[in-house]
Structures are given as C-alpha cells and as structure tokens.
Unconditional design. Structure first.
Length: 270
C-alpha cells in the first residue's frame, strides 16, 4: 500500500506575509481596473472580508509544504492566479506556468507578480504542454467546472512527471451546508457537479493518482459573494473563520464543510 510522505508545516509568519501580498494585489486590481464586469466583482469578493481572503490562504497552508524550491509548477485554470501569487511569495526558486480559458492580459498584474508564463486555452481539455513536464499541478476550483472530467484528469496525468503531484482544492462537497442552502434557495452560486470524499478518491485512483492527504476545508461560509448583509454578516464570517481550522478536524462534523481538498501523487502502478 502507498505510504504518504511527511511534510513540515509552513511557519505562520510566512503565511501572514503571503496573505498580505495577495490582499494588496487584489486591492490594487480593484482600484485600477474598469469594465471587467464579472471578473472585477469576483476579485472584489476575495477582499470583501477577512474570512473570504483567509479561505484562499487556509487551503494554501494545507498543500504548500509539498511544493519545494526548484519545482516546475502548472497553475491549471489559474484565472487571477491566487495560488501562483501565494507560491511566489513563499518561493523565489520555482518556475510557474498558468493556463485558463480567459484572455491573455486580463489578470496581468497578478501574473506579473507571480512571474507566471500564461497560455490561454482554446480546447475543453487538451493542454499545450509536453508529456511529463511538471513536478506539480495545482487546480483551485477547476475540476468541477470542466466539460469532460475524465479527459481532463487523463491530460493532467500526461503532463505531470512520474511521482509528481496533483493538488485539487475547493472541490465542492456534496454534503456541504452552504451548497445545499444554495440549492434550497435556488441561488446561482451552487455547482452543477458535486463530490463526496469517497467518490472523489475513487475517481482519482481510477485516473492514476494516489492521495497523499485529503480532507475538508471551509466549514463556515464567508458571506462575501452573492449575499448582502453588511457589518453583521461580516462579523459572523470573521467568527466562523476562527473556528474553521479546528472544525475541519472534527470527524462527522467536518463532513458538511463547503469544500474538499486533495494532494495526490501521480503513479505508474498501484
């Protein structure tokens, strides 16, 4: 049976610095960009309150120990590249590539900071990279949106080196309180494709990826997108932010968290 590798946690001071850098990039983007519509609102929601900002940093905190200096990393479906920016704040000696369906230059400020080599995509699953090119691929809130899930995973397996890493985060949990509330209220923030921890494990194993570590993240909603509540909801979101980390580790209770995360190893045989 496969045995995961132990990793040391990233020091809290480094996570704080990365969070401050990412927050500054978002504020500057919102202040200077005009006419980007949906994407401008999306970036604005990231800094709507500290809980929204912290959810990106929290999941980065989980997988960052697996990314080492000298690696070649692909930010798959990067959009404004929060993962790349956080990685760059932590590592100067990694090479970062990014790809997405958005147009080149749309998030140039973020891509420039991350020193990210961006390629716009035109195909629903094919990637413009060589076989076995990357030490790690990070997909943050991407897999649930792709048109052809299995084809996309096969393509990721192709471009990752043998024994390389696939990091999947913000995978919507089938039993999420937030997700099911969106469905009950017929809110557009819900996802079409949902996952349980067990179903996702089987999907990844079928695709040639063995879990290093997996679990739940973001127990409480951030009230930052699609909700009007002002100071009261922001106060509740901040309280929830402080409780997220301990509740993510409580068995059974954590099963209703908003998202799943996986750090997976690409293998040739099980």
């Amino acid at each position: 049976m496969y045995r995961p590798v132990d990793r040391q946690l990233v020091p809290a001071i480094h996570l704080k610095q990365a969070k401050e850098i990412y927050s500054r990039l978002c504020r500057e983007y919102v202040a200077h960009r005009r006419g980007d519509g949906e994407y401008l609102e999306y970036v604005r929601s990231v800094i709507a309150n500290d809980a929204s900002l912290d959810r990106h940093v929290r999941v980065f905190e989980i997988y960052a120990p697996y990314i080492q200096d000298g690696m070649k990393v692909l930010d798959w479906g990067c959009r404004h590249a929060p993962d790349s920016c956080l990685l760059r704040a932590l590592h100067r000696d990694i090479t970062i590539y990014g790809c997405d369906l958005c147009t080149e230059g749309q998030f140039q400020e973020f891509h420039d900071y991350a020193e990210l080599s961006f390629t716009p995509l035109s195909h629903e699953y094919l990637l413009p990279y060589r076989d076995n090119e990357f030490d790690a691929v990070v997909g943050s809130g991407v897999l649930e949106h792709v048109a052809r899930e299995q084809k996309s995973l096969d393509e990721l397996w192709r471009v990752i080196k043998d024994n390389g890493l696939l990091v999947i985060t913000f995978l919507p949990n089938r039993w999420s309180l937030t997700e099911n509330a969106c469905r009950l209220l017929k809110k557009p923030e819900g996802h079409n494709r949902l996952y349980s921890l067990g179903d996702a494990k089987r999907l990844f194993l079928k695709s040639g990826f063995v879990p290093e570590v997996c679990g739940y993240h973001q127990f409480f909603p951030t009230f930052a997108k699609g909700v009007k509540g002002g100071r009261v909801l922001n106060t509740l979101a901040k309280l929830g932010m402080k409780l997220n980390r301990p509740l993510e580790r409580v068995p059974i209770a954590n099963a209703v968290s908003s998202n799943l995360f996986f750090v997976l190893r690409r293998v040739h045989e099980m």
